[in-house]
Design a protein around this ligand. Structure first.
Ligand code: MG
Length: 162
């Protein structure tokens, strides 16, 4: 086995609404995030981190925004697919780490629920899942609350093939 890592980044902008999906959890808010799916930036970044770790392209290749079947989709479907690709290689996820950057909503009260949802989708213990959050100190587009950014990294063990 060899250990591999991947990283992911995503951003979605706010529009009118009353809740945001973050880390697979619906959080009441005075806006929602715009996107073809549920616009869950955290799960999109995490999906890309897992895909990156196994060199399987990115979320847009597996789930094209132009494909109507993903309209309004729960992003847990995307995450589960990335986890399945790791498993199909005979690999396992060592740990994942997600950072959400926003002024609001507050993430900490929902972090445990996000860990549970991600753990369920990936079939791993919540002790292998870190959810972190920070504000952008009111700077730039995040500071003006125009959108939310998420970054993620993932470590996997897979059979060595070369
Ligand atoms: Mg996205």
């Amino acid at each position: 086995m060899e250990t591999r890592i991947g990283t992911g980044y995503d951003v979605h902008h706010f529009t009118d609404g009353d809740a945001v999906w973050l880390g697979g959890v619906e959080i009441p808010h005075n806006r929602r995030l715009m996107g073809h799916s549920d616009a869950d930036v955290a799960l999109h970044a995490l999906t890309d981190a897992l895909l990156g770790a196994i060199g399987e392209g990115d979320i847009g290749i597996h789930f094209p925004p132009s494909d109507p079947q993903w309209k309004g989709a729960r992003s847990a479907v995307f995450l589960r697919h990335a986890g399945d690709l790791v498993a199909r290689r005979g690999g396992r996820i060592v740990n994942v780490d997600v950072t959400i950057v926003c002024e609001a909503p507050k993430i900490a009260p929902h972090a445990a629920a996000m860990q549970a949802t991600i753990g369920e989708a990936l079939g791993i213990a919540t002790s292998r899942i870190a959810i972190k959050a920070t504000t952008n100190e009111k700077l730039g587009f995040i500071g003006r609350e125009e959108g939310i950014v998420a970054m993620a990294s993932a470590s996997v063990e897979v059979p060595r093939v070369d």
